[in-house]
Write a protein of this length. Structure first.
Length: 368
């Protein structure tokens, strides 16, 4: 009980004493307020306004009528396994957050043409980022690092993509390019509602028009990536069956011509050898016709599967350029001013305790 009473006494604050202590240091607090106000205004003016655009879209989740028809037909023909209709997609709805911040996706996104609110056009978002002023505060903070880099010399940087052909297995990025990709990862947010499947995507930037353009570009690029992934195997199957159809048609015509030539040359010939050869050629024509018809049928199924595999995305809320920033400069200035006054007031209230702690620290250092 006594311990609890002592703790309660320690927690009780003598507000009259605190206020009188603050009033006794009015000059110090006024100077602190002036300094805090100046710093708050400078920070607010140097800080960039941030606009946020949010778009929401819903991917297709229900099986279409064409998909049901293709599945039923291929099931009747016993080709479900061959056509791959029962396979699970590796790139599903819950991999979208990782996809939009992947290196290939962001590198392609950097090439998006944009224009700002003043109508100035940029060939790519990367050029737009390069043209933006970093601000006085960042330049002041960053000059020691730049000075050290100049003394040491710039390191050799590699750039490009590894691998052969169009498919890149690895990427070698410059430091600036890597920093831009990291900056993009910080301003792209994608959330998925696990119950409804609705995907909410947000993008932030200091220009509202650029913000809306980039948010829309991410949505469209996401659709293209998913569509390309889902139809690439179906397109490969269609190309394979199409080439087989051409070969089967050529073979069918060749066998037909051979049969027709043999019949024309042996009209009126009643020998048994001629009849046997005629029957054999007729069988070759029938077999070639069956093969050709089967391959054509499989080609048409593959063509239908391309359309069936294309996902449908519905825009619930499109990208709209915001009228107001997420945070205003006035709020930023007020926040920094209040923070400065809290620091000054805390120094006045706990000045004696801080001074005694510093003395104890110095005495300990001297003893050691």
């Amino acid at each position: 009980m006594e311990e609890n009473k002592n703790k309660a006494k320690d927690l009780n604050v003598d507000w009259e004493k605190v206020i009188s202590k603050l009033l006794s240091r009015k000059k110090f607090l006024l100077k602190g307020a002036a300094v805090s106000a100046v710093l708050a205004v400078i920070i607010a003016l140097c800080s960039k306004r941030e606009y946020v655009v949010t778009a929401s879209l819903a991917p297709e989740t229900q099986t279409s009528s064409l998909s049901s028809m293709v599945s039923s037909v291929t099931s009747m023909l016993g080709m479900n396994g061959a056509m791959g209709l029962n396979d699970e997609d590796a790139l599903n709805l819950f991999t979208y957050p990782d996809l939009v911040i992947s290196t290939p996706f962001l590198l392609e996104l950097l090439e998006t043409p944009v224009n700002d609110k003043d109508g100035k056009a940029y060939p790519s978002y990367e050029q737009y980022v390069k043209s933006q002023n970093d601000g006085i505060v960042r330049k002041i903070i960053g000059w020691p690092g730049k000075l050290i880099q100049k003394i040491k010399g710039k390191p050799k940087e590699l750039a490009g993509a590894g691998g052969e052909g169009e498919k890149k297995s690895y990427y070698i990025l410059t430091r600036k390019k890597s920093d831009r990709l990291d900056a993009l990862r910080d301003i792209i947010k994608l959330d998925i509602d696990r119950e409804t499947g609705v995907t909410a995507l947000s993008f932030s930037d200091q220009d509202p028009v650029v913000c809306a353009i980039m948010c829309d570009a991410i949505c469209n690029q996401l659709k293209d990536y998913v569509t390309r992934y889902r139809v690439v195997k179906a397109e490969e199957d269609f190309a394979y069956y199409d080439s087989m159809t051409v070969a089967a048609e050529a073979h069918y015509k060749k066998v037909q011509e051979r049969y027709a030539d043999f019949v024309d040359k042996n009209q009126g010939n009643t020998r048994q050898r001629v009849d046997i050869e005629k029957d054999r050629l007729q069988d070759d024509v029938t077999l070639a016709e069956q093969v050709y018809a089967n391959v054509v049928h499989q080609r048409e199924l593959a063509r239908a599967k391309i359309q069936e595999r294309k996902p449908a995305f519905v825009f619930i809320e499109p990208s709209v350029a915001p009228q107001l920033p997420k945070t205003s400069k006035a709020k930023t200035a007020i926040l920094w001013f209040v923070l400065g006054m809290v620091v000054c007031s805390s120094w006045v209230i706990f000045e004696n305790r801080i001074a005694s702690a510093l003395r104890k620290g110095k005495s300990l250092i001297r003893r050691n």
